[in-house]
Design a protein around this ligand. Structure first.
Ligand code: PDD
Length: 279
């Protein structure tokens, strides 16, 4: 089963899918992206991801060269050609290639890339025991709602987590928890699910929206409000949401045990509901 590469409207052999050294994605991080997963060959929450791609592109005045219908067709074709049981679809749009100058170039076509690769299932054992995390300073810019290619602060935080031997970096700005380096962060406090509100400080995760809806259906109370680091440490449960992690319990943050030290009942219920949804 092949990894699939797509560049500017054409499916290509992987090695031939190359872009210019003057591409603005490469030189400035001047672009946006999406990561979509499949379950049983079907892209999960495709419309929500394409909506966010449109929104991110719009916020950066990036052209959107292809229609929604065209994207749906290409994504489906790529998934079928790849043939993986579960796949990760990566889409990236940059402002294109031009001699280096910060302001937007004129008459330049965007560079549009899609890759489709296998996404091995998240290890069941790790999901059952939960993962650990550490907090890091949230060094990102003031428009984290845009899924832009500028991921340097996320990269540094994730590396810090890796070096500390933990799974995720939980980002903290002005003493408040924003989100994870590659996920949104939720906590359960006395039966209420608490997570940072949508806005410029977080990426509004597609999984976040799905999980909040599942929580509502479970009859849980929701509070979209920033948490202090202290209230995160003191939460009954902490979990991550995201395309790659789905719903994933966090059992230790900065070496402090969360709740009973294993994924709690709300985390497990929401993870089970996610699995059912994906089924
Ligand atoms: N990241 N917050 C950040 C900073 C993220 O990078 C992501 C996902 C999320 C979760 O969003 P969603 O539920 O839509 O996947 C939240 C992707 C997977 C990545 O960069 O690889």
């Amino acid at each position: 089963m092949p990894d699939i590469a797509f560049l500017n409207g054409r499916f290509l052999p992987w090695g031939e899918a190359t872009v210019s050294i003057e591409d603005r994605g490469f030189q400035f991080g001047d672009g946006v992206y999406e990561v979509i997963r499949t379950y049983h060959g079907r892209p999960f929450e495709l419309e929500a991801h394409l909506n966010r791609l449109d929104r991110s592109a719009n916020e950066l005045s990036l052209p959107r060269p292809y229609s929604r219908a065209q994207w749906r067709e290409w994504i489906q074709r790529g998934i079928e050609e790849a043939g993986f049981p579960e796949a990760k679809v990566y889409i990236q749009i940059t402002r294109g290639a031009a001699p280096r100058d910060h302001a937007f170039p004129v008459d330049v076509s965007p560079t549009v890339v899609m890759t489709i690769r296998e996404l091995p299932p998240f290890p069941a054992q790790t999901r059952a025991t939960g993962v650990t995390a550490k907090t890091c300073d949230d060094l990102r810019w003031a428009r984290c709602d845009i899924k832009s290619l500028n991921l340097l602060a996320n990269v540094l935080a994730r590396e810090e987590a890796k070096r500390a031997g933990v799974f995720e970096a939980i980002l903290v700005k002005d003493g408040l928890v924003t989100e994870g380096a590659v996920s949104n962060v939720m906590a359960v406090q006395a039966g209420t699910v608490v997570t940072a509100p949508e806005g410029p400080r977080i990426l509004s995760g597609v999984t976040r929206t799905v999980v909040l809806e599942l929580a509502r259906k479970e009859g849980l109370t929701l509070r979209e409000q920033f948490m202090s680091l202290e209230s995160l440490y003191a939460a009954d449960e902490v979990f991550l949401t995201g395309t790659t992690v789905e719903v994933l319990g966090v059992i230790r943050v900065d070496g402090r045990t969360i709740g009973a030290g294993s994924p709690g009942p709300v985390t497990r219920a929401l993870a089970a509901r996610m699995t059912a949804l994906a089924g």
